[in-house]
Ligand binder design. Structure first.
Ligand SMILES: CC(C)(COP(=O)(O)OP(=O)(O)OC[C@H]1O[C@@H](n2cnc3c(N)ncnc32)[C@H](O)[C@@H]1OP(=O)(O)O)[C@@H](O)C(=O)NCCC(=O)NCCS
Length: 242
């Protein structure tokens, strides 16, 4: 599909997107959507701010972004790269960081954060591929990649990559559907793989603890206060939903 050539064409495309994805636009005029849909206003303002930034214009991109934030409650850094037909439903409370990259046809709801995890520099915000939907209140943190067609549930906290066409819910975010089907068994769990080194160290520390107990019994001296600790294991639900 050809890029919209004029600002009028950009406006038309954003209005069409709002009509496609928000049932509340039914029977409402284009002027009403342009004036009353904060998400549409925020996206249009970002298109302007980003173009100014790309053109090397100082200060103005941030002013546009700041005004958009004050009016819509949607804060998009002018540097964020956002594909076509992006729709923010309701607006308020959305934050999209500087190095975030969004593909085409992405939809997000109110309260979504595409943020960093701390004070890192460089690429530190999520990359979201085409056709992704991100539910209200979801937080995607760090340079994670969300595969095309994925759905992120309302209030999910995503700190690891999401495979294409997966549905991720919860905190920490875990996959409950891939291609519309429940992930099956441990084979679908790509995070909680067996760790042979961790298992060997754990087995050794158990044997040493046993020996220490026996030596303490034989010598009559009390056993060591601090037993050897086995290495930490990953906790939390399987991201594969298993
Ligand atoms: C995640 C979502 C996209 C899933 O939709 P779906 O593909 O139809 O999937 P399902 O409804 O079959 O849910 C799949 C599983 O995830 C659970 N689930 C769905 N959404 C969830 C959420 N937000 N948080 C926690 N669990 C959730 C379901 O209970 C179900 O669990 P099960 O496998 O034990 O049966 C949807 O529930 C969602 O959160 N959409 C966001 C909508 C939104 O933000 N709206 C705001 C409007 S103002």
């Amino acid at each position: 599909m050809e890029e919209p050539a004029t600002s009028r064409a950009v406006l038309r495309e954003e209005l069409e997107v709002a009509r496609e994805r928000d049932p509340a636009t039914e029977g409402v005029s284009d002027a009403t959507i342009a004036a009353g849909w904060p998400g549409v206003q925020a996206v249009l303002a970002h298109r302007l701010a980003h173009a100014l930034m790309e053109a090397g214009v100082p200060f103005l991109p941030f002013l546009v972004s700041w005004i958009a934030r004050a009016v819509t409650g949607v804060e998009i850094h002018p540097g964020a790269k956002i594909g076509r037909r992006f729709f923010v439903d309701h607006g308020s409370g959305v934050v999209i960081g500087e190095t975030a990259e969004l593909g085409d046809d992405v939809t997000i709801y109110q309260g979504v954060t595409l943020g960093g995890t701390g004070f890192e520099t460089g690429k530190r915000h999520p990359t979201v591929e085409d056709n992704v939907t991100i539910g209200s209140g979801a937080k995607l943190l760090g340079p994670v990649r969300v595969g095309h067609g994925a759905k992120i549930g309302a209030n999910a906290v995503v700190i690891e990559d999401v495979p294409p066409n997966a549905t991720v819910v919860g905190n920490p975010g875990h996959t409950v559907r891939v291609e519309g089907r429940r992930p099956e068994g441990p084979d679908a769990d790509w995070i909680h793989l067996p760790d042979p080194i961790q298992e060997a160290v754990q087995s050794l520390s158990e044997r040493i603890a046993e020996l220490e107990r026996e030596v303490a019994e034989l010598s009559g001296r009390p056993p060591r206060d601090a037993p050897l600790e086995s290495p930490p294991q990953r906790k939390g639900p399987s991201p594969a939903g298993g």
